[in-house]
Design a protein around this ligand. Sequence first.
Ligand code: PLP
Length: 394
Amino acid sequence: MNAIEKTNDFVFQTYLRQGKAFVRGEGSFLWDEDGKKYLDFLSGIAVCSLGHCHPRITKAITTQASTLVHVSNLFYTRPQADLAAKLCEKSFADRVFFANSGAEANEAAIKLARRYFQKKGEKNRFKIIAMEQSFHGRTMATLSATGQDKIKEGFYPLLEGFSFVPFNNINALKEKIDETVCAVMLEPVQGEGGIIPADPEYLKAVRELCDKTGTLLIFDEIQCGMGRCGTLFAHELYSITPDIMTLAKALGNGFPIGAMLAAKDAATGFDYGSHATTFGGTPLAAAAALEVVNIISEKAFLDQVCTRGQYFKKQLENLKDKHDQVIDVRGKGLLLGLELSLEGDTNAAFFVEKLMGKGFIINGIQDKILRFAPSLIIENSEIDRLISVLDTIL
Ligand SMILES: Cc1ncc(COP(=O)(O)O)c(C=O)c1O
């Protein structure tokens, strides 16, 4: 039995996989079992942002793996301490809770927001307003916070207290917010919802509304953070800060780690025993993430993401000018989406498959959007290669 057959026989069939098994990765390239080489414009869904097997990350992991892997959070370790301090130094935050995934980081954010007000005696202030089309994860709380009905089917009843408003519509939020709302939760650039960036005036108005009503503002930067949009954190593009922010995906460049960061006041919501996880911030995960943050937070690195992102977007816009099927190009930095107007049975999956045949990996979201999240070290010449093939397919 090969890897595909075995997986199909023994792993829950919850993922619609493409018929390839990969055996090796280096930089922006992947190789399948037959030795075929692919240019990866997905990076494990915005995870391997420094490219596959980046030598500095591999070194950080192997060195730490042969020194100390895990001791539990009943003790202190240097990598966790250094990573927490670094994340705070580079952001608005004063405290970090480490988790193992994006959903877990968001669980921590939801729990912190609720407990912050419960602790103050505001027992009825537990509601969370999230956005339509948002995606915050697949655990019960994060599914409850997700604004996409189709992935909730079969799991009702979900958690109480979550409601949704249209993204980029400040009046809808104004109408809904009251003294029972503990937090507003959103992605500065919606990922799974279709690569939809927040409007700058909208995000500013959300911050002001939260300040006015004393509501906590949670930014889920699991997909759009960690340099993906050309700044270390996506909200830096908007010159505002949240009270709570979640990270995962690219934080470990493939090594699983999530983090929930909070500013001083919001952070008072958690005390000893309020929240915990066995694997959160192990020395191994923290060592990997620390090296990721060291690399991605360099100004020259982020400047390069901006220029490559602008170049890529321009090339996609050229395709839009040329082909009627392309109706929109959007996104920030190197998180880009191309929306197609499609007829008949042709959907995004058609393009994904065609591109795969030609040696390019991308993915489709919401049936008609092509998502591009290449490594942040992608070269312009590699972008050109994808554009040329996409041009032909279109
Ligand atoms: C914005 C956002 N939040 C949360 C998650 C959930 O992260 P994870 O799959 O690591 O639980 C994702 C995953 O795609 C995401 O894109």
